[in-house]
Design a protein around this ligand. Sequence first.
Ligand SMILES: [Zn+2]
Length: 89
Amino acid sequence: MPKIFATQYCVKCGKSATTFGGHVIGCERMALGNLMRTKVLAGWCSEDCHNSAHSNSDGCYGEYNSETMGLISDVRPLLFGNTTKPPKF
Ligand SMILES: [Zn+2]
């Protein structure tokens, strides 16, 4: 199973993320200098923030911003072993 990237902070208000759902799109610079569009699991501080944000039909909540959202390089240990639902990509 590949690693799952996720935001460290709520993509809406910037508080620490406690739940995850949907994704934001980030650009990852690859070895040859190409930019690849990468899905980053969207973190939320609360279900209220999650429910008040709007995704497109693909479940995308917009652009990933490393400065405000932070990054968890592998969110699997956080996802499995608590009650958070698995991510929907
Ligand atoms: Zn929030």
